[in-house]
Design a protein around this ligand. Structure first.
Ligand SMILES: [Zn+2]
Length: 509
């Protein structure tokens, strides 16, 4: 079994999670569930970034301490991720002692191995409180941060500790070109390569007028810059510096949004290399969920809340829609119209209808028992081909492509029912032909339950029980049976309707 240590970005605790957060967490959870199906030893980390400046302001407005505020937000985020079935193995918060200790240790190692990498200097520049960083000219449009056009940039001057990032340009180029740090997809890798060609600037890594943060070692009155602090969460969650942390480190995959790829693909690996530690194996950079053409944010989150999106058709349908419509590579638009269309066509009339009529015919014509059959019909051929395309797509983290491959089987199976008319065969007493079709449909549902499990874990489990299996849904052992699902003689039953039709047009299910 291969170790697979997977992380998502940790989120600022300044407001409720929105669809933009959900895209990333669901995508990473789909990858984690897929890797578990493929027998990997998955360790999936999520968590909270709790030392941002906005926390102080939010806590003040709520009339509570910053710690009480982040405690409250951490619970809210956890609740949403649990409802969205994001099954993480660990949950880290940057206010935890294990993290504070790891930050001090990493800084200590940098100072010990490469003392010249840290120095004190004055810094003057325009600061974005949304990004928590000084912005360079190329990141400013119309006097505002490109990522946060509604926030004022703050002219700021400070005497700070700096990290000599500029020194690592060639080292990072070598890592990326030599495959020691994989950045995907290709377009994002090219962005980082171009950035390195232009050169890197040193990063101010302490704050002197900002008490909410991790104390900077041997520097009274200074706290660690929130980004330098936050990136280390991936390492502190492994137990670093305690012995045994190497069983998890280096991370196999950091899943992040395109707005923070520079931190993860330049500053973070440089920090690790400076401290004598291995850089992450790979970084996957996803696009944004857009609402009416603009990035989903705290502001846009009031137009469409995560709560509304979850209750519209249930958590599994939202997971499906985010992965199928938005995908995990480029930006994509979220609209209620598209969500309702896909729900009706692909889930209720597609997958749900296939499952319910196949199991209903098995019940009506064969008392629910799957007939013996050689498994060599056309539907099995299509099924094996869909499994192959699904696997290839999921292995390269093309989650949308994986879903498309699985749903091509849904469409083919529904067509097969229309073409072969099992009800006519039953009426005509053509038992052997009917047996072959019913058995092929059962194997098709088995394959679909396994392939759908990473995206729609609850629905896959319901179908799994309908096929006569017990437990919490398909496992790695069941994945291995995909070429010839072991169903002959098994007693099936009709599960509850998987995807109920909405009661009113466009209304909630
Ligand atoms: Zn910004």
């Amino acid at each position: 079994m291969a170790k697979f240590y997977l992380t998502t970005a940790i989120d600022y605790s300044n407001g409720d999670p929105h669809l933009g957060h959900a895209l990333e967490k669901v995508g990473a959870d789909v990858i984690a569930r897929y890797r578990r199906l493929r027998s990997d030893q998955v360790h999936f980390l999520m968590g909270m970034d709790e030392h941002s400046q906005s926390v102080i302001q939010a806590a003040e407005e709520a009339g509570i301490t910053p710690q009480a505020w982040v405690d409250r937000m951490a619970e809210r985020f956890r609740l949403f991720w649990s409802r969205l079935e994001c099954r993480h193995d660990d949950w880290i918060r940057t206010t935890e002692p294990r993290h504070v200790r790891a930050v001090a240790e990493l800084l200590g190692r940098i100072r010990e191995r490469n003392p010249d990498d840290l120095y004190l200097a004055d810094y003057e520049g325009l600061y974005c409180t949304g990004c928590e960083e000084f912005k360079q000219e190329a990141q400013i449009r119309d006097g505002r941060c490109i990522e946060h056009p509604t926030l004022e940039l703050l002219p700021t001057r400070e005497r700070n500790h700096f990290f000599r990032l500029s020194r690592y340009r060639d080292h990072l180029r070598g890592l990326i070109e030599g495959g020691g740090l994989r950045i995907e997809p290709r377009s994002r890798r090219n962005e980082i390569v171009r950035l390195l060609e232009a050169g890197l600037q040193d990063v101010s890594i302490s704050r002197s007028r900002f008490p909410w943060g991790i104390p900077f070692p041997d520097s009274p009155g200074h706290t660690v810059y929130v980004w330098f602090d936050a990136l280390i969460n991936y390492l502190s969650a492994t137990g670093f510096p305690e012995p045994g942390y190497e069983t998890l480190w280096p991370a196999d995959l950091h899943v992040i949004g395109k707005g923070i790829s520079r931190f993860h693909c330049t500053l973070w690996p440089a920090m690790l290399v400076s401290a004598g530690l291995a850089p992450p194996v790979a970084v996957w950079v996803h696009g944004y969920v857009q609402w009416e053409g603009t990035k989903m944010s705290k502001t846009a989150g009031t137009a469409v809340t995560l709560e509304d999106a979850i209750t519209r058709h249930g958590p599994d349908a939202l997971r499906y829609f985010l992965m199928r419509e938005i995908g995990f590579e480029n930006d994509g638009n979220f609209t209620w119209e598209r969500f309702d269309e896909r729900y009706t066509a692909e889930l209720a009339d597609g997958f749900g209808n296939l499952a319910s009529r196949s199991l209903a015919m098995l019940e009506r014509y064969r008392n629910g028992v799957v007939p013996e059959d050689a498994g060599a019909g056309p539907l099995d051929e299509i099924g094996r081909s869909a499994v192959g395309r699904y696997t290839a797509a999921m292995d390269r983290l093309d989650l949308k492509g994986g879903i498309e491959a699985a749903w091509s089987l849904v469409t083919a199976a529904n067509q097969h029912i229309v073409q072969t008319e099992p009800w006519s065969l039953a009426k005509a007493g053509r038992a052997r032909e009917l047996d072959a079709i019913l058995a092929a449909l059962a194997r098709c549902l088995y394959r679909l339950a396994v392939l759908a499990a990473p995206v729609m874990p609850t629905k896959a489990e319901t179908l799994w029980h309908g096929l006569g299996f017990e437990g919490g849904g398909p496992t790695a052992a069941d994945w291995n049976e995909l070429p010839s699902p072991p169903l002959a003689g098994r007693t099936t039953s009709r599960p509850p309707v998987l995807f109920p039709k909405p009661t009113a047009p466009g209304g909630p299910a």
